[in-house]
Design a protein around this ligand. Structure first.
Ligand code: IPE
Ligand code: IPE
Ligand code: MG
Length: 263
């Protein structure tokens, strides 16, 4: 009795997280792991301000969460993980904050690339990449090239990404094909549209995770989220760890997706 009380008092938060992780992993049905999980990495700024720190401090802390989530996604055998890192609307922020975000991206890719390769992770950037600053474009190109033969997890990093822009680009590409008699208007269907999106060839997300207590889509994957399950949490992105992802997956596996049908 006394021994168990002593043991209980000795439990550190890390130990507790490890135990939780084991319990959650054991609860996961390996045959029903979602194919594609999308994450809106939100709440960095508020997390930092609550600690009396500048917003940049929160962005830096958020990179740790990304590392953790990529590792566990790869371990459990997800096919695709899409993370929202910078939206087409985020250019409205002060230049100083934009610079911090771009520098962190470059640093993340630079530091992680070896581990990503070792873990067979294929890195892809989705969004209007040509509008990014040159050093960010270069880092993306290097990561793309280095991981192009990897066959494990596909990590889509949404950068200068906007769901509406993605649809505009798809419509334009289809219009060019119609004008060039490559495609007839009668042949345009959902599958053709999907094939012209940045996520062409990938399954739609099964699960969307948004931390930080905001309940909105913020122009993310507008077409692809048609039947995605949502998992929202008040946890801020810099506090988001593998246990939160595992919890989201366990909850996901309890849901009944009907796609408009009855079962
Ligand atoms: C997410 O955190 C990072 C980006 C949007 C690039 P925020 O910077 O939006 O943090 P909050 O939402 O203001 O707390
Ligand atoms: C969404 O977060 C974009 C990213 C996480 C990159 P925002 O913070 O930009 O979204 P809003 O402005 O709260 O809707
Ligand atoms: Mg935000």
């Amino acid at each position: 009795m006394i021994k168990s009380i002593v043991n209980f008092m000795r439990r550190s938060p890390e130990r507790e997280a490890e135990e939780n992780e084991e319990v959650l992993k054991a609860r996961l049905d390996p045959s029903r792991i979602p194919r594609h999980v999308a994450v809106i990495m939100d709440g960095n700024g508020r997390w930092a301000l609550r600690r009396g720190m500048p917003r940049a401090y929160g962005h830096r802390a958020g990179v740790e969460s990304l590392r953790d989530v990529v590792r566990v996604s790869s371990e459990i055998g997800l096919q695709v993980l899409t993370v929202y890192a910078f939206s087409t609307e985020n250019w409205k922020r002060p230049q100083e904050e934009i610079d911090v975000l771009m520098n962190l991206l470059v640093e993340y890719l630079h530091k992680e690339i070896d581990e990503l390769c070792r873990n067979n992770v294929r890195v892809r950037a989705i969004g209007k990449i040509d509008e990014l600053p040159a050093h960010a474009r270069r880092a993306v190109a290097v990561a793309h090239e280095r991981t192009k033969n990897c066959t494990g997890l596909v990590l889509n990093i949404a950068l200068n990404y906007g769901g509406r822009t993605e649809l505009v680009e798809a419509v334009r590409a289809i219009a060019v094909k119609v004008a060039g008699n490559e495609l007839s208007p009668d042949d345009i269907n959902q599958e053709v549209i999907s094939r012209h999106l940045y996520t062409a060839g990938q399954p739609d997300p099964d699960l969307l995770i948004r931390p930080s207590g905001d309940y909105r889509v913020s122009n993310f994957l507008l077409w692809q989220l048609a039947y995605t399950e949502f998992w929202l949490t008040d946890v801020m992105w810099p506090d988001f760890r593998r246990v939160h992802l595992l919890k989201a997956l366990v909850d996901f596996q309890r849901r009944h997706r009907r796609f408009g049908g009855l079962n």
